[in-house]
Design a protein around this ligand. Sequence first.
Ligand SMILES: N[C@@H](CCC(=O)N[C@@H](CS)C(=O)NCC(=O)O)C(=O)O
Length: 179
Amino acid sequence: MKVDTGAGWASNIYIAWSSTSISALPDRSLFFRLSAWKSKDASCRVRIASLDFMLRLITSRTQVLRPRSFIRTYARMASPQSIVDDAIASHHVVVFSKSWCPFCKRAKGTLSSLDVKEEQKPYIIELDEHDKGSEIQDYLAEKSGQRSVPNIWIGQKHIGGSDDLETLKEQDKLTAMFS
Ligand SMILES: N[C@@H](CCC(=O)N[C@@H](CS)C(=O)NCC(=O)O)C(=O)O
């Protein structure tokens, strides 16, 4: 299955399931194309509006789409771009971090100490513990012009590193970003 995240074909994900299951899928807004598949099952190319929608579809149609195999496949095949862009698009605060990094510890501490709603708590990706950590770091350098960690995003805006976060806090500008 090829998943279109809206910003282009971000990742190539293939799942095989039977053609009868495909006809059982209710949502005609999806774009299906049956094509030959190496295994005995038919395969299907699905164009969707967002990865979130795909995940919702999968969890709601467990009997059709075999979610565990999808998630395993997705985790293996998602591109560094889609990992970064999806994280930023779907979380208010994202910190690309390294678990051993003192600046990252300071930034995570500052963000966790804020009294914010559950959905505004930081989403943290530890690059040194991630399979694609170094590719993600390369993409972050290209996207934000910053290679060092932590690389912090609030409300889909690039904030910078730990020093930049502390400056915002000292200037009393940080809490306003969580209203
Ligand atoms: N002034 C930066 C310093 C950040 C920094 O020096 N981070 C180190 C790790 S502690 C780094 O990114 N090193 C390069 C690397 O890990 O690839 C900040 O406040 O965030």
